[in-house]
Design a protein around this ligand. Structure first.
Ligand code: AMP
Length: 126
């Protein structure tokens, strides 16, 4: 079910529970402002999610309201994870779904990192 990117932050969302340690995750990397872990339902040979530790619903919320240190920490985490996994030379894809038309399902900002095979065209037509 896609969410409304303008909704208030929901502390019961699944990624908030992961950040509080209430449900397990396969952590790849962590810094002061971000956590990276394997997607539970991978859509490519490598599929990692990077989330900010702060309470941000979406990319829109984060880009408007996060502090500079949160933004720097988050962006560094995404690049670090891809480099550390050896994704740079073969290439990889970043994706952040936002709101209903973006088909965002979890109301806590997450950037998907996909890699491990040629990923094809950016979007399906139609
Ligand atoms: P999105 O459609 O962009 O909101 O993507 C949500 C992503 O979260 C999907 O790729 C799910 O497979 C993933 N996901 C949902 N629950 C978990 C979980 N407990 N651990 C890891 N990934 C999850």
């Amino acid at each position: 079910m896609a969410i409304d990117a303008t909704q208030p932050y929901d502390d019961d969302n699944i990624f908030a529970k992961i950040l509080r340690g209430e449900i397990p995750n396969q952590t790849v990397y962590e810094n002061d402002h971000a956590l990276a872990f394997h997607d539970i339902n991978p859509q490519a040979p490598h599929h990692i999610l990077v989330i900010p530790k702060g309470r941000y619903v979406s990319w829109d919320d984060f880009s408007a309201n996060a502090t500079e240190s949160e933004i720097v920490g988050f962006v560094h985490a995404v690049g670090h994870v891809a480099r550390s996994a050896g994704m740079v030379e073969p290439g990889y894809r970043l994706l952040a779904n936002v709101g209903k038309d973006g088909h965002q399902e979890v109301p806590h900002l997450h950037v998907h990192i996909f890699a491990g095979k040629p990923l094809g065209p950016m979007l399906l037509k139609g």
